[in-house]
Design a protein around this ligand. Structure first.
Ligand code: IPE
Ligand code: IPE
Ligand code: MG
Length: 242
């Protein structure tokens, strides 16, 4: 199909795209605005993408919304981001339901307020019948924390006699991660010009193709998303083979 100026083979779409939505603060700063204005604009960018994706057709999108390291930001910004998460669930869940998008979260509830946790679980419950798309929010997420949590639960199950050490393999470890039912991301996009993963999907992204743009997240357009997919489709993935 020809879409947003790109030729995309709809039979070879990435099954799962991860997005490190970075640069909200710098977008705002460049306009003389407070960082939080950048987060608000970043939300509009996400809405634009999900809307366009109804035509593009990527089944699973994971957005990096809040990392385990983001707690180190000024308390007012952390509070604002937690408030935005609540607002997104209150104001946006109906849009997700209308578009048949299932909402899931990958991350830890440690440190998350009881009311926000309840809202997230409620949104997951209310959207679990949606089959067309999955929006996975990496929220209070860190790749190392995810692996650490898995290791602890595996160790507990081993010492409790529920799991035999000889049964621990890569597949078993995946089962103990936050979202074992999702495919690994085929493609990871990062905006804002930074060339790093910042603790995003470390286990799952072992063989992801990486795509970077200098654009700040609020300026990211479905055109850029389609360019990333078109570039992805030209890559030769070898998975260690020749
Ligand atoms: C990404 O934008 C959004 C979150 C981390 C929540 P930033 O807030 O990191 O923006 P920059 O990188 O400071 O410009
Ligand atoms: C990564 O962005 C986290 C999110 C996009 C939520 P950061 O802005 O926190 O990453 P660093 O600090 O530049 O590595
Ligand atoms: Mg950043």
């Amino acid at each position: 199909m020809r879409i947003y100026g790109q030729d995309i083979d709809e039979k070879k779409l990435p099954a799962h795209v991860g997005i490190i939505m970075d640069g909200n603060g710098r977008w705002a700063k460049a306009r003389g605005l407070a960082r939080i204005a950048g987060h608000e604009e970043g939300f509009k960018s996400l809405d634009r993408l999900l809307n366009a994706n109804k035509e593009i057709g990527v089944r699973v999108i994971t957005i990096y919304a809040f990392s385990t390291e983001n707690w180190k930001r000024p308390p007012a910004e952390v509070q604002f981001l937690m408030g935005m998460a609540k607002k997104m669930i209150v104001d946006y869940l109906d849009t997700l339901l209308r578009n048949d998008i299932r909402f899931v979260m990958t991350g830890s509830f440690e440190g998350i307020s009881a009311d926000l946790k309840e809202m997230i679980l409620g949104a997951m419950e209310r959207s679990k019948h949606c089959k067309s798309y999955t929006l996975n929010a990496a929220f209070n997420y860190g790749g190392r924390k995810e692996i650490l949590d898995a290791v602890r639960r595996i160790a507990a199950d081993c010492s409790g006699g529920k799991l035999d050490v000889s049964k621990i393999d890569e597949k078993k470890i995946t089962e103990y991660l936050y979202s074992p039912e999702l495919p690994d991301p085929d493609l990871i996009i990062r905006t804002s010009g930074e060339l790093r993963l910042s603790n995003f999907l470390l286990w799952e992204g072992a063989y992801s193709e990486l795509w970077f743009t200098k654009k700040y997240w609020p300026d990211f357009h479905p055109r850029d998303f389609c360019k990333a997919i078109a570039d992805f489709q030209k890559r030769k993935r070898r998975f260690g083979k020749v």
